[in-house]
Design a protein around this ligand. Structure first.
Ligand code: ADP
Ligand code: MG
Length: 284
């Protein structure tokens, strides 16, 4: 089943002057056709301004397509009657965890979403427990979110979304404000939710090293999908990625440079482990 299905999707921001005359149009999403299957972990990569956040807002039915169609969990995002079902199916996590945490106690924050959905109290507490456990934050349940690290806060925000039982979570650069440990925590949590709870994950990022374990990587530039495939397929095209102003993971770049110098290494090396294994294999 398709969780997200976009056909020739476009979005134009229209700037107007005080009199309402059109001053300029930015075509932020420009003819995107995209399928994300239920249970997949898909990463969207792209330089600043490539249209990633605009697509995220379209998936959440905050922005309606200017052209084309977008279905989320089988619902057309252009039909207003589906708005709440769409937002419940595809939960959103944003960059800054401080803007997403509202309550002064972790467990109350996680309970906030299901409370708003009118879920019975007993069921809410069951969900809070399960969600905190799923993101590994159970021991902090009665803490104040203010005292948590960025990575822990972001995990609480993810638990709050999980408590609404979404089929899919869309994360728009969720690690951009985190330190390396926080980034790893969040990534580990997302893979665990994907594996154990079968939640579809759409991770938007500009960190290449965060996408190496995704099922599929989509590269965007200037509102268009310019590359897509498995991480290995995408990272086999180092020059092309650079042309789209993306930095490849250091070890991929090193392997690529050695390959150019004539060392017979395989394409698309993604991890230090793969790199050392490939070097060992050469020695054998
Ligand atoms: P990304 O998330 O990949 O950085 P965005 O979707 O935020 O890209 O932006 C895509 C393009 O749309 C950029 O050129 C950006 O300047 C423009 N844009 C984004 N938001 C607005 C807005 N609210 N009004 C006008 N233009 C916008
Ligand atoms: Mg963005």
């Amino acid at each position: 089943m398709e969780m997200i299905e976009a056909k020739n999707l476009a979005y134009e921001y229209i700037r107007r002057d005080e009199e309402g005359n059109v001053e300029g149009i930015t075509r932020a999403v420009d003819g995107v056709t995209l399928d994300v299957k239920a249970g997949d972990f898909v990463a969207i990569l792209g330089h600043n301004g490539s249209g990633k956040s605009t697509i995220a807002k379209q998936i959440n039915a905050i922005l309606e397509p200017t052209e084309g169609t977008l279905y989320v969990n089988g619902m057309n995002t252009a039909e207003p009657e589906h708005l709440w079902d769409i937002r419940q199916s595809a939960g959103m996590v944003f960059q800054n965890p401080d803007n997403q945490i509202i309550a002064s106690v972790v467990e109350e924050d996680v309970a906030f979403g299901p409370e708003n959905l009118g879920i019975p109290t007993e069921e809410i507490w069951k969900r809070v427990e399960e969600s905190l456990s799923a993101v590994g934050m159970t021991e902090y349940r009665s803490h104040s979110p203010n005292k948590l690290s960025g990575g822990q806060k972001q995990r609480v925000a993810i638990a709050g979304i999980m408590a609404m039982r979404p089929r899919c979570i869309v994360l728009d650069e969720p690690t951009a404000m985190l330190d390396p440990d926080g980034r790893k925590e969040v990534l580990r949590t997302l893979h665990e939710l994907n594996r154990a709870e079968h939640v579809t994950i759409l991770l938007i990022t500009h960190y290449m090293d965060e996408v190496i374990h995704a099922d599929k990587v989509i590269v965007m530039d200037d509102g268009k999908i310019v590359m897509q495939g498995t991480p290995r397929e995408v990272f086999s095209h180092v020059e092309e990625l650079k042309a789209h102003r993306l930095d490849v993971p250091q070890v991929t770049e090193l392997a690529y440079e050695l390959q150019k110098e004539g060392m017979p290494l395989p394409d698309g090396i993604l991890t230090i482990k793969e790199f050392t294994e490939a070097i060992e294999a050469l020695k054998a």
